[in-house]
Write a protein that binds this ligand. Sequence first.
Ligand code: CA
Ligand code: CA
Length: 170
Amino acid sequence: MVSTEYERRIAARFAGFDQDGNGYIDREDFSAAAKAVLAEFATTARSDKGQALYVGAEAFWQGMAGIADRDGDQRITREEFVSGAVKRLRDSPERFAEIARPFLHAALAVADTDGDGAATVEETARVIKSLGAPEEIAVAAAATLDTDADGRIGEAEVVSAFARYFTVPE
Ligand code: CA
Ligand code: CA
């Protein structure tokens, strides 16, 4: 079987969502992502920031399930991911951005350890790494997000970059 560049990119996106690597995306993967980010920043689930992150993770899961879980079994298989999520997200990246925004907003708030309203490039790299990316990729990705090079990562930069990454061109 020939693996195209497109298929490899889809596989990478699917693996990014499938945090526990069991072959399908479900609610557990989103709560695992929230847990990993909170652990990285030594933040408790009961804190305001922790609760906001879990609420965002649940909203993200519900949004993804709404567009991709076609048989309603509360699991997004790879086939559902490719036929449902990827195609629909490509058609409307702004919709995907809205689904992901509460989670990303909450994750940046957790990463913003000094509470000045923005995460630094380094803090953002720690978020990406906690979600399973290798360190050098996380560092490079965070640097790319700082489009105006002021060392701080804004929500708009993260949301649009996230939407771009997950809306794979064919
Ligand atoms: Ca999974
Ligand atoms: Ca399903």
